[in-house]
Design a protein. Structure first.
Length: 296
């Protein structure tokens, strides 16, 4: 059966239809209406268009920047705030006359890379999206591990591990806490740290480029970034010990991360040794929408 995945983001909604073998059959992207009913209308129209074009029906999975509470059945924690407090899966299911599976977008990313991406064949996959913010998702044997509270993998809102005195109580996170991992290792956090040291760059990619050109400020900022990323991932390795870690989001495109990270991880992982592969994703910006399709 054909599988359809929907990536519901703050600025765009994307639908992809995959064959049983994972071949892409249909793809379309539209702007996100910033209102709940209009969002339902848009997803329903995309599904109908895909099925009409392809002449077949399929399953539907949706990735969202939040989760559905296992207690209330309502969306929570979504930065696309207009979907919070609504039973998105049930409302879409009623319109489309079938069960609709909804999962956090970082979990969809992890599933995509676990099924047929950079982590194919690995049993326990930790997927990390590092962009404007940062999020984590867990896939076990190609299936989402959402957890009893629906927040499995949300390690970005734990405190940065092994903080130095100058790091402690130094950042504020949108979640209401201070010193979250997200505030340090997101692309936003990387740029903030560089600017605080006297630099001026619009992105982590640009900081990395300046480092490669020999700029001292950029080099120092990158050293701090790698150390913080290593501490953050070591924390997860100490708890979960995944078979592989896959990085996604804009920061994952900084190639200098991958040769540097293994040595840095070994400094913090219990026992002083670590061979957990940390790799770049295979599907880039398409990984989340593919993972939503693979929820079935």
């Amino acid at each position: 059966m054909m599988r359809m995945g929907v990536d519901l983001g703050g600025t765009k909604i994307e639908l992809v239809a995959l064959s049983e073998a994972g071949k892409e059959l249909f793809r379309k992207r539209i702007p996100t209406p910033r209102e709940y009913k209009a969002t339902l209308d848009a997803i329903e129209a995309l599904v109908n268009e895909a099925e009409s074009t392809l002449g077949q029906k399929g399953t539907v999975g949706v990735g969202i920047p939040g989760v559905i509470s296992p207690f209330s059945g309502l969306v929570k924690n979504a930065n696309s705030t207009w979907i919070n407090g609504h039973p998105l899966d049930l409302d879409l299911g009623a319109r489309l006359e079938r069960e609709v599976r909804v999962a956090n977008d970082a979990n969809c990313f992890a599933v995509s890379e676990a099924v047929d991406g950079a982590a194919a064949g690995k049993g326990l996959v930790f997927g990390v999206i590092i962009g404007t913010g940062c999020g984590g998702g867990i896939a076990i044997n190609g299936k989402v591990h959402g957890g009893g509270n629906g927040i499995g993998g949300e390690w970005g809102h734990n405190p940065l591990p092994w903080m130095t005195p100058d790091e402690f109580n130094s950042t504020e996170c949108f979640c209401g806490n201070k010193d979250c991992i997200e505030t340090f290792i997101s692309g936003t956090g990387f740029v903030r740290d560089y600017k605080a040291a006297g630099g001026d760059a619009p992105s982590g990619i640009e900081i990395a480029r300046r480092m490669e050109q020999g700029e001292a400020l950029a080099t120092a900022a990158f050293e701090r970034y790698i150390d913080r990323l290593a501490r953050s991932l070591a924390h997860m390795i100490n708890m979960l010990d995944p078979d592989i870690i896959v990085l996604g989001g804009g920061v994952s495109n900084i190639e200098a991360i991958y040769p540097r990270l293994p040595e840095a991880l070994s400094k913090y992982v219990l026992g002083g040794e670590c061979r957990t592969p940390v790799v770049q994703n295979m599907y880039g910006g398409s990984s989340g929408v593919r993972g939503a399709a693979w929820l079935w």
